[in-house]
Design a protein around this ligand. Structure first.
Ligand SMILES: [Zn+2]
Length: 259
């Protein structure tokens, strides 16, 4: 137990609105490859092929998109929540979590046990598929099963509109409700904990700034330095899993004392 983990535990105990912000680092600790890193999916596909405008405009683009999306979905489907996801779920059970804002699309916060209304997915989710015309939602596995029988671009059962994973693609606007809610939650939080994000993808990366400007304490737990390290109250450069476990154990211990 380091001094830092104890300090973070104390901050959690003394705060009323704790917001957790999670990024790709959390997914990679669950074995999901970071598709932006060298050797990732982007090396084998041309990202331009996956602009939302192209998906809407051409059947050939939709086919390429679904091939890549199918490849990316495999490791996500198999992935299990890691210690950090589980710690965040415990935070909710202890009544110490306002919400978790995530840039991840892998559904692992829900799998770990966080309730749906506590999770704000800024980049959408790979666990569902939506019809671009009528908005009907499908379970991802159901659509992948169709594709495994016969690989062709899937269309809506109801309106024949094109189906797309419910993730936010290049050129597609951020989900309005989630984004607004995330900014609002950030602005009224009194403790903002970044876990596994390098805070470089905008606009999400500006949320710690919003929190800090409105008086929240800022904690950053990330393997690598981030552009916001200097303004953070506590920075821990490490793997999130074991650190979060230590922090939660400390929080539990203190709560027992209070009982
Ligand atoms: Zn439809």
């Amino acid at each position: 137990m380091t001094e830092h983990t104890q300090e973070v535990a104390q901050l959690i105990l003394s705060s009323k609105r704790v917001v957790v912000f999670s990024g790709a680092g959390l997914s990679t600790e669950s074995g999901i490859p970071d598709f932006r890193s060298p050797g990732g999916v982007w090396d084998r596909y041309n990202p331009e092929d996956f602009y939302f405008q192209n998906f809407v405009a051409s059947e050939a683009s939709r086919e390429k998109y679904w091939k890549m999306a199918t490849e990316m979905y495999e490791p996500m489907k198999k992935a299990q929540p890691n210690l950090a996801h589980l710690a965040i779920a415990v935070l909710e059970k202890l009544g110490k979590l306002d919400c978790v804002i995530t840039q991840n699309i892998d559904g692992l916060h829900a799998k770990a046990g966080n309730s749906e209304e506590k999770i704000l997915e800024l980049h959408g989710t790979a666990m569902h598929v939506t019809c671009l015309d009528c908005g009907k939602r499908y379970d991802r596995d159901e659509i992948q099963e169709r594709l495994s029988r016969e690989f062709k671009v899937p269309y809506c059962d109801d309106c024949k509109g094109p189906l797309k994973p419910a993730t936010i693609s290049f050129g597609q606007s951020m989900p309005e409700r989630e984004t607004q809610e995330a900014y609002h939650r950030s602005s009224i939080s009194d403790l903002f904990i970044v876990i596994g994000s390098s805070l470089v993808v905008q606009p999400a990366a500006s949320m710690p700034l919003v929190a800090k400007r409105n008086g929240a304490k800022l904690v950053i737990i990330n393997r690598d330095p981030t552009p916001y390290d200097d303004m953070a109250d506590i920075v821990i450069h490490t793997q999130a899993g074991p650190t979060m476990t230590n922090i939660i154990e400390e929080v539990k211990k203190e709560l027992k004392k209070i009982d």
